[in-house]
Design a protein. Structure first.
Length: 244
């Protein structure tokens, strides 16, 4: 039953020209990687690290939180139109399964976006002819860590998208809270707890404890796990009681 609901949700999303949204973030990352000159030629560092930092700086700080917000809005847009919630819930499905299906599909799409972003990283390295060793562990930390970091953020965005009928309302809130992310990641006190900053905290390539952006993995994972439980079940319970 859950698989069927996910298929139905994907069919509705396909009508929203979602392909352009899925490719937008990786293409922007690719463009930044090919054109960025963030480090001077005198800096002795693995070329892949330079590319990862310059690409992640914009992709993880701005575009990944914004793109997930757009996806969360689109996955609820059909139901907000012309009594779609009543039509959906009139079918032999439970509200819990509908919520889980929407969230699961969102996370699958975000994972695909992350894999496409990985492809963009490879392309940049190939085009620029990097000869330094490819930092496999760091790159996979970037891809998988960034994906895991979106778990609570997507749950929060889905909750807001279910709450408000207008597509513009949750998107505006998402933009407003995305913009201060650059300030949040510089704060050791608030950065790990700020949902819009968590993707960058997980995708940051430097592991040195004296780095301005350094956040211990254990702390980030604990905070992400706790905020995911909070936002997911808050949205889940809200949807259970929502009047349609």
């Amino acid at each position: 039953m859950l698989y069927s609901i996910i298929q139905s949700e994907w069919y509705k999303l396909r009508k929203s020209k979602i392909g352009s949204i899925i490719f937008a973030g990786p293409l922007i990352g690719l463009f930044i990687g090919l054109t960025s000159n963030l480090f001077s030629v005198d800096v002795e560092i693995n070329d892949w690290y330079k590319t990862l930092f310059s690409m992640n700086l914009t992709y993880a700080l701005l575009f990944l939180p914004l793109i997930t917000g757009v996806l969360a809005g689109l996955i609820c847009r059909y139901e907000h139109q012309a009594g779609g919630w009543k039509q959906l819930l009139a079918m032999p499905v439970t509200r819990g399964k509908v919520f889980i299906a929407k969230y699961t599909l969102l996370m699958i799409i975000v994972f695909v976006i992350q894999l496409l972003y990985l492809g963009a990283i490879f392309i940049v390295g190939m085009v620029k002819g990097y000869t330094d060793p490819f930092p496999m562990a760091i790159v996979w930390k970037t891809i998988l860590g960034g994906w895991v970091a979106t778990f609570p953020l997507v749950a929060l965005q889905l909750w807001m998208s279910i709450m408000w009928k207008s597509f513009a309302a949750p998107f505006t809130v998402n933009v407003v809270f995305t913009l201060p992310t650059i300030l949040a990641v510089n704060s050791e006190r608030f950065g790990p707890y700020y949902p819009w900053a968590q993707p960058f905290s997980m995708m940051y390539v430097d592991g040195q404890t004296d780095s301005v952006f350094f956040v211990p993995w254990e702390q980030v994972l604990t905070v992400i796990g706790g905020s995911f439980v909070l936002f997911f079940f808050a949205g889940f319970l809200y949807f259970q009681r929502k009047t349609v």
